[in-house]
Design a protein around this ligand. Sequence first.
Ligand SMILES: Cc1cc2nc3c(=O)[nH]c(=O)nc-3n(C[C@H](O)[C@H](O)[C@H](O)COP(=O)(O)OP(=O)(O)OC[C@H]3O[C@@H](n4cnc5c(N)ncnc54)[C@H](O)[C@@H]3O)c2cc1C
Length: 261
Amino acid sequence: MNKNTDTSAAQAAQPSIERIRHELRMRTLTVSEARYLTPNMIRICLTGPELAGFTSLSPDDHVKIFLPDGDGQELQKRDFTPRYYDPQSMTLTLDFVAHEGGPATRWAQQASVGQQLQLGGPRASQCLSGDIRRWLLIGDETALPAIGRRIEELPAGVSVTSLVAVPSAADEQRWQTRAALSAHWLHRDLHEAADAAPFLRQLGTLALEAGTFVWIAGEAAMVKAVRRYLINERGHDKAWLKAAGYWKQGVADSNEKSIDD
Ligand SMILES: Cc1cc2nc3c(=O)[nH]c(=O)nc-3n(C[C@H](O)[C@H](O)[C@H](O)COP(=O)(O)OP(=O)(O)OC[C@H]3O[C@@H](n4cnc5c(N)ncnc54)[C@H](O)[C@@H]3O)c2cc1C
């Protein structure tokens, strides 16, 4: 096999991301369950006939929820991950990090059965394809819904390593999966969420083979630093990595999503 053939075979094996658009629909749903899943995560289940046709094809999809702001004048929009959707019971589950405040957190903290929530989307799903046998999923609490969903949806014969920062051992989550899972947890305060150092220390102890798909999400500065480390210091191929800033410390409604450089 000559060098050119080697290169094209390697390229063919690279994963690709296909953006599949969905009809954008606004829905008004009713809270059917609201409880603390762990000390810093609130689980909200939503039901209603308007969920008919709800489609979420990728674990890192998001819906936009619409919330009254402090003075009730203008609706605020925030992004959340569809953690589960059960088409039989028409129930959509969202998990909210309980941080110090913002309209989404405030809403989740007071939510009770029977209340309504307006949401739109997902507008699209970014579906990964390719022969991915190894995954490394890195994130903070805001990425936990997407990481948990990815792990639960992976098939047998695949290995997955997760590295997630949470405030305490009681905030760790357990997942059922057919994949071979190695779960690593970091404990740090929410105020330290932009500090990538604990992630970099732990990543230094973990193997990173070529052909591992790396997915990173969480506080934007942390995500940028982890991405830079994996590409520049570990030589990881950018085509095998997807990074997104899910929020920014000190900035409300930050919508910096894909992090490419
Ligand atoms: C694609 C995508 C999917 C997401 N999925 C989820 C999800 O499933 N669950 C989830 O909880 N979040 C998720 N997020 C993050 C969520 O949208 C943000 O955390 C959002 O800012 C929360 O809105 P808020 O109204 O509570 O706070 P905001 O009004 O936006 O912010 C108020 C203050 O709180 C700070 N803040 C915001 N988020 C946090 C946090 N997590 N920890 C500490 N301080 C914070 C801000 O820096 C700001 O100072 C997702 C984001 C994206 C882009």
